[in-house]
Write a protein that binds this ligand. Structure first.
Ligand SMILES: *Cc1c(COP(=O)(O)O)cnc(C)c1O
Length: 362
């Protein structure tokens, strides 16, 4: 069923919490005047400069226009389909605050998945419905359909999924977009390691699709805190209305522009990490002491070993830290290992081989 622009508008509008719909947002100095001028005396800034080498005395663009203009062609979207946040955490939280009425709306989660969706739901006092993935970590469409209710305001999918590493089937995700009464987030934090599976190309077909990406993984900028949400312009407008006016600071905007002008640098790092990941997976697959290595489209491996919690502690004693996921649903005895540098990976393999008392040659 194809909806008209007006029908899409009405549908998105109906998701917005009433007090947000009627909210009069803060109008910053840079909102009220955006042109060029010689004299800016409108924002109580310090005209003399900064107490630091780097000059950051002026407020940044609240809508990050320069970054979005450079990002849009790289992602194949229009600037008005982009929201930038202080990490992915910010758009996740804003989705709850803008769209989910505590005690009334619910969101659907598909564990095992990224823990932040549940935390954000809890912070915002929004109930979650859990529909576990299948044993091969794909969507259980039938159970999702059975659990679907009119007040499921949002659904969070993650592909490639954290902590399992695999991509979800695109056809399945499209079915979810079709069956959902509200919006569907596809968190693509790891998409640079699996670019062919991005859902970005479906934005124009599915106004309820919200794609999250981040500068924290492939771009190597986790310390900066810059997350992206790609969605229908009217969803972006709602998020913009509620976000803190200057949520992306001037230094972050500057560094994002620098990064976006060097896409090949990111691509080269991705290539190296994938090469290391596949080498690690191959090596571990030859160890009898490792019960399972799950296929990964991301920058980490999920592996199953006997007594994972103990192995985790033993690794720590040898100064190697991995993520213990053994308490997570469907991840019994699993450890999540981020792909490091060649030297770090070698050290992990050596240490882990000792712990597992398994022969190892590299
Ligand atoms: C790492 C990660 C993120 C990134 O979060 P930021 O707040 O942007 O650093 C988002 N989603 C998933 C699933 C992740 O694993």
């Amino acid at each position: 069923m194809t909806l008209t622009a007006n029908q899409i508008s009405a549908r998105i509008d109906s998701w917005v919490r009433p007090h947000i719909r009627s909210l009069k947002p803060y109008a910053s100095a840079r909102d009220e005047f955006q042109g060029t001028a010689h004299v800016f005396l409108d924002a109580n800034e310090n005209p003399l400069g900064s107490a630091t080498e780097k000059q950051v005395n002026r407020y940044p663009d609240p809508l990050q226009r320069a970054v979005k203009a450079q990002l849009a062609p790289i992602k194949g979207v229009r600037p008005e389909q982009i929201f930038l946040g202080n990490g992915s955490d910010e758009p996740i939280d804003l989705l709850f605050r803008c769209f989910c009425e505590p005690g009334k709306d619910v969101v659907m989660l598909v564990p095992p998945t990224y823990g932040m969706y549940q935390v954000s739901a809890d912070i915002n006092q929004v109930e979650t419905i859990q529909v576990p993935l299948t044993l091969d970590y794909q969507l259980d469409l039938e159970s999702m359909q059975d659990a679907m209710q009119a007040h499921v305001k949002g659904i969070f999918l993650c592909s490639p999924n954290n902590p399992t590493g695999n991509a979800l089937s695109k056809e399945d995700m499209i079915e979810v977009l079709e069956m959902a009464p509200g919006w569907v987030v596809v968190d693509e934090a790891y998409i640079d390691f699996d670019p062919d599976n991005t859902m970005l190309g479906l934005l124009d077909d599915y106004p309820n699709l919200i794609v999250l990406q981040t500068f924290s993984k492939a771009w190597g900028m986790a310390g900066l805190r810059l997350g992206m949400a790609f969605a229908h312009p009217e969803i972006v407008q709602v998020l913009n209305k509620v976000k803190p006016p200057y949520n992306i600071n001037a230094v972050t905007q500057e560094m994002a522009l620098e990064a976006l002008s060097q896409v090949d640098k990111k691509d080269e790092m991705v290539r190296q990490i994938i090469e290391e990941r596949d080498r690690m997976a191959l090596e571990l697959s030859e160890w009898n002491a490792v019960d399972d290595i799950f296929p990964s489209q991301a920058n980490f491996l999920l592996i199953k070993v006997p007594d994972a919690a103990k192995r985790y502690q033993e690794l720590i004693e040898q100064s190697v830290v991995v993520r213990n996921r053994s308490k997570v649903l469907l991840c019994d005895n699993c450890l999540r290992i981020t792909i490091g540098t060649k030297a770090e990976n070698r050290q992990f393999l050596q240490t882990f081989a000792q712990i597992l008392e398994t022969p190892h040659n590299v």
